[in-house]
Design a protein around this ligand. Structure first.
Ligand SMILES: Cc1cc2nc3c(=O)[nH]c(=O)nc-3n(C[C@H](O)[C@H](O)[C@H](O)COP(=O)(O)OP(=O)(O)OC[C@H]3O[C@@H](n4cnc5c(N)ncnc54)[C@H](O)[C@@H]3O)c2cc1C
Ligand code: SF4
Length: 394
């Protein structure tokens, strides 16, 4: 392949590169750029793939403005290096042509629960080392949030298909449409040498009052099941993270009367700044400092909010609190909650398992990776969590 190197030509090849330090998986950005500039594109491609299995997807969905791009030394000249564009070109091309080389069987088997980026990465790495892999997922296909969360308008699912193809070419046995429960997991564990939990964070946090009302949905449910609404419905999405941004943009495609409400200021939103910008660019109204209190269906469907105010504590730290007595009602036809997710730990809860920071546990044959370990995190962090446990395998 030949890539356009002009997009990174200003790179200074810094010795202690700030871009690399700010990358959660510490990709050697100056080295990759150097290789490409020397015409060694295949070396750059192979390094990216070996270093970060989901490099082709991280190049698209990572929060570049808070990571490599945002930390490039050339920000001071307003000319940061858009490395992620180069990474996307290199990694997408590599993926399309890649066929795995698998070591002969080492007679050991591993069961993995969850085929999101964490489960798929570990499945690939161990299969290449000769492990027999059984990969279980409740969904029909592999990909986790990449396939069943992030909408098509943000991530082309044919890229996820390429990863699925590679895993199948490795000889991984994929058990799709299989919900693993606490009883089944014991049977699975007994059939394998090691067990890896990579089941993500799929429990939507509830507001606590009125969540059961029929006009209230969880954003995860809407995105996962491609739920659509009528064009004349007023839809309110609650939250300030990536899930809220994806949900509000998804709904806005159905109904122009879709609004976003967030309890703090827009500047405090944890979502990728690019995603927030995309919401604004699509003309979606954002209401900040609006903290949802409860969903109500009388006298009509809607949400009670409390006004928020931003203050500075004695240490100079900004915080937001609700203004007492400031409750107000906003009517809507559909309310969609995206106020955080948590991990379903019922699979291992009764085993008295202690989970260590690096994903190993008190049982030397059991591991936890990805969002299941890190709580809701990011794709690159899910991949990185796999790198942390590989040292425990031959
Ligand atoms: C809507 C949305 C948008 C996001 N946007 C971004 C973004 O722009 N950039 C970014 O970096 N990160 C983003 N994230 C976060 C990122 O997708 C996750 O951090 C990442 O997918 C975690 O990977 P994982 O493999 O740990 O979990 P997941 O991707 O959640 O995969 C877990 C898998 O386990 C399966 N599973 C769960 N329970 C069971 C069970 N009992 N039996 C069988 N299978 C089970 C699930 O079906 C799923 O396939 C987003 C998340 C969401 C929800
Ligand atoms: S910080 Fe910017 S200029 Fe320095 S190596 Fe990284 S991309 Fe190149």
């Amino acid at each position: 392949m030949s890539v356009d190197t002009t997009i990174v030509s200003q790179c200074l090849h810094c010795k202690n590169a700030r871009c690399q330090a700010a990358c959660p998986i510490h990709t050697d950005i100056p080295k990759v750029i150097e290789w490409v500039q020397q015409g060694k594109e295949s070396q750059a491609q192979q390094y990216l793939f070996d270093h970060n299995f989901f490099s082709a997807i991280c190049a698209i969905v990572c929060d570049h403005s808070r990571q490599c791009y945002g930390h490039c030394i050339l920000n001071f000249k307003n000319d940061p290096v858009p490395f992620y564009q180069l990474e996307a070109a290199l990694s997408l091309d590599y993926l399309r042509h890649y066929h795995p080389m698998v070591q002969p069987s080492n007679q050991k088997s591993v069961a993995i629960i969850g085929a999101g980026p964490a489960g798929m990465t570990v499945a690939f790495k161990l299969a290449c080392r000769g492990y027999t892999i059984d990969l279980y997922d409740k969904h029909e296909q592999m990909g986790g949030v990449l396939r069943y969360g992030i909408p098509d308008f943000r991530l082309d699912k044919t890229i996820v298909d390429q990863y699925q193809r590679i895993l199948l070419e490795c000889g991984i046995c994929f058990h799709g449409s299989t919900i693993v429960d606490p009883v089944m997991v014991k049977t699975i564990a007994a059939m394998h040498d090691d067990l890896i939990y990579a089941n993500g964070a799929w429990i939507a946090r509830k507001l606590g009052q009125g969540d059961e009302l029929p006009f209230v949905y969880s954003a995860l449910d809407v995105l996962e099941n491609h739920i659509h609404f009528d064009s004349n419905q007023k839809i309110i999405v609650l939250g300030g993270g990536n899930v809220a941004m994806d949900a509000v943009r998804h709904c806005h495609r159905d109904s122009p009367n879709t609004l976003l409400y967030y309890r703090k200021q827009i500047a405090d939103m944890p979502a990728n700044p690019d995603e927030i910008q995309a919401v604004k660019d699509e003309g979606i109204e954002i209401h900040e400092l609006a903290a949802p209190v409860r969903f109500v269906d009388s006298p009509q469907n809607g949400i009670i909010f409390s006004k928020g105010e931003t203050l500075i504590d004695e240490k100079g730290k900004k915080y937001t609190r609700m203004v007492e007595g400031s409750e107000y009602f906003v009517a809507c036809d559909i309310a969609i909650s995206a106020i955080s997710q948590s991990v379903d730990d019922t699979l291992w809860k009764d085993d008295g398992l202690t989970i260590h920071e690096d994903g190993s546990t008190s049982d030397p044959h059991v591991y936890v990776i990805g969002d299941a370990l890190l709580k809701p995190a990011t794709v690159v962090e899910a991949v990185n969590s796999v790198n942390n446990i590989l040292k425990y395998f031959d």
